[in-house]
Design a protein around this ligand. Sequence first.
Ligand SMILES: *[C@@H]1O[C@H](CO)[C@@H](O)[C@H](O)[C@H]1NC(C)=O
Ligand SMILES: *[C@@H]1O[C@H](CO)[C@@H](O)[C@H](O)[C@H]1NC(C)=O
Ligand SMILES: *[C@@H]1O[C@H](CO)[C@@H](O)[C@H](O)[C@H]1NC(C)=O
Ligand SMILES: *[C@@H]1O[C@H](CO)[C@@H](O)[C@H](O)[C@H]1NC(C)=O
Ligand SMILES: *[C@@H]1O[C@H](CO)[C@@H](O)[C@H](O)[C@H]1NC(C)=O
Length: 353
Amino acid sequence: MMLTARFGRSRVINRVNAVLIMAMMAAYYSLHLMVLRMEQLERRIDRELLSMNGGENMSPEAQEVEDELSQYSFNFTIDMNNPGKCNSSEEVFLLILVTTSPENHRHRFEIRQTWGNVSSVSGANIRTVFAVGKPKNREAQVALEKENTIHHDIIQGNFVDSYRNLTLKTMLCLKWAMQYCPQARYVMKADDDTFVSIFTLVKHLQELPSDTTDFVTGFVYNSRVPLRDPFFIPKWYVSWKEYPRDSYPKYPSGFGYVLSSDIIVKIYQAALDIRYFFLEDVYIGLCIEKLSISPVHHSGFWPEFVDIPSCRVDWLLASHWVKEPEVMLNHWAKQNTNCSLVSQDNVDDQASE
Ligand SMILES: *[C@@H]1O[C@H](CO)[C@@H](O)[C@H](O)[C@H]1NC(C)=O
Ligand SMILES: *[C@@H]1O[C@H](CO)[C@@H](O)[C@H](O)[C@H]1NC(C)=O
Ligand SMILES: *[C@@H]1O[C@H](CO)[C@@H](O)[C@H](O)[C@H]1NC(C)=O
Ligand SMILES: *[C@@H]1O[C@H](CO)[C@@H](O)[C@H](O)[C@H]1NC(C)=O
Ligand SMILES: *[C@@H]1O[C@H](CO)[C@@H](O)[C@H](O)[C@H]1NC(C)=O
């Protein structure tokens, strides 16, 4: 074309241009048609899936789940328990409940060696407990029980441990906090792939007014919308039937949030009237919305992976996605071997004198 253009006369160039433009128009038109057709197809599949999962004509399986969910009243029992973990004769400043899967032995092992092994920070007592449901096979249960006889730090509800049952696990945490650790000042819910920057977190909580109540803090999402596309991440797909509102209330991201313990009972009671929803953090958002409590955003709760360069990341309270082996241990080593916050405090004290 370049050659024709360069050597031919202007009439030739014009004809070439006209052909080119027509070809482009045709290509554009057919592409447009294709996109339209794909959109139509997607919408149809969407509709079919919607009706399968939550519409009027539900499949028997979906109906079964529906029936089950509508019966939930957080009526589970705590089958494996360690009531002595939070001794009533001791003051407890922070109770951390880590939601974990029965099979995640390594995650728990690494937490026990790192932030989970800190039982007090500048006079504030901390207790850490792991919460699980029932594994699907017997071997996993045996292994879990064995682990618990060594560490005495696992609590287990008698519901199937599954993603759709996560809210049950959070309610297990709240129930345990109410019944077995009512003296705790603050309660944190963390995932087993969460790095809790325990020294900065406790420091932050200690700096709050001593009469702090009705308090929820974390990385707060505002007006997030449910994922209505069943193909994008099926695990997170939410049908209109399951969640009939356009957007979620304000809620703290589930990887790590802290509550003042006075609202645990209130949340638990509010929950008895709120329909089950499997995204536990959204569910907590629904409960506190009902209690007219607005969660307080703090960007020290970081919902993504944060590489810890040294102990000097004092903005960080908790971060997420610590999944690979050893990463938790490395984070911890970096945060501690060089300078612990305790010695940093001393430096600050001296500086201000
Ligand atoms: C709650 O627990 C009781 C006693 O275990 C049981 O009889 C009842 O059916 C349970 N209710 C629901 C809704 O699961
Ligand atoms: C609670 O702690 C006290 C003192 O440390 C101890 O004597 C008691 O046995 C503990 N109780 C439980 C249930 O662990
Ligand atoms: C926990 O910390 C204590 C010291 O406070 C130490 O002796 C113990 O080995 C640690 N446990 C683990 C599992 O790292
Ligand atoms: C949740 O747990 C209940 C009680 O064990 C069980 O019946 C149900 O099948 C579980 N749901 C899912 C989706 O795993
Ligand atoms: C310790 O941290 C300081 C700054 O906080 C840094 O200059 C030093 O290199 C670190 N040392 C080690 C061994 O990581």
